[in-house]
Design a protein around this ligand. Structure first.
Ligand SMILES: [Zn+2]
Length: 154
C-alpha cells in the first residue's frame, strides 16, 4: 500500500468546505476538462496529486443510489477516458479511483456525488512539491486543465 499523501492545501479546503455557498460542481467552469451529456470531468482544486480529476453527474444529486443507470454508466465511461488521457499526459504508474460518501469518509462536498480519479507515481511527492505555496497551485491547475483538454479525445 502506498503511504497516504500529505497535501497541506487540503486543510484549507476542509476548513472552507462548510462555509461555501452553492455547489462547486454545479458552478464548475474553469476547471472542467470535458463534458458529456449526463456527467462531466473536472480538476480537483485541492488535489491529493497533480492531475487529480473528479467525475460528477450533471444533476445535483447527493445520494449515490439515486444515480440513474445512464448517469452511472457515463460517470464510469468518463473515468475510463480520464485515465487514458492522464496516461498520455503524465504517465502515472497507477491510479486510485473511488467514491467518498459522507463527511466521515473524506467527502468535502456531500450533496453532489463525485468519483475521484487520482493518478499515482512512486514517491508521488516528487511530482508536485508538497510544500508548494497554496497561491502557486491555481497556475499549475490552469496548465493541467489546458493540457488535459487538448489531449481529451473528441
Ligand atoms: Zn451540485
Amino acid at each position: 500500500m502506498p503511504k497516504p499523501l500529505w497535501a497541506p492545501w487540503r486543510l484549507e479546503y476542509i476548513q472552507q468546505a462548510d462555509e461555501q455557498d452553492g455547489c462547486i460542481f454545479c458552478a464548475a467552469d474553469e476547471l472542467v476538462v470535458a463534458r458529456g451529456e449526463r456527467a462531466f470531468v473536472l480538476l480537483n482544486k485541492y488535489p491529493y496529486a497533480s492531475g487529480h480529476l473528479m467525475v460528477a453527474p450533471v444533476r445535483h444529486v447527493g445520494d449515490f443510489g439515486e444515480l440513474s443507470d445512464d448517469e452511472a454508466l457515463e460517470v464510469h465511461r468518463l473515468a475510463s477516458t480520464a485515465i487514458g488521457t492522464l496516461a498520455q499526459a503524465y504517465r502515472p504508474q497507477g491510479y486510485n479511483v473511488g467514491w467518498n460518501l459522507g463527511r466521515i469518509a473524506g467527502a468535502g462536498i456531500v450533496d453532489h456525488v463525485h468519483l475521484h480519479v487520482v493518478p499515482r507515481w512512486a514517491g508521488d511527492t516528487n511530482f508536485m512539491p508538497v510544500l508548494a505555496d497554496v497561491k502557486v497551485i491555481p497556475e499549475a491547475l490552469a496548465d493541467t486543465t489546458r493540457r488535459l483538454r487538448e489531449l481529451w479525445p473528441t
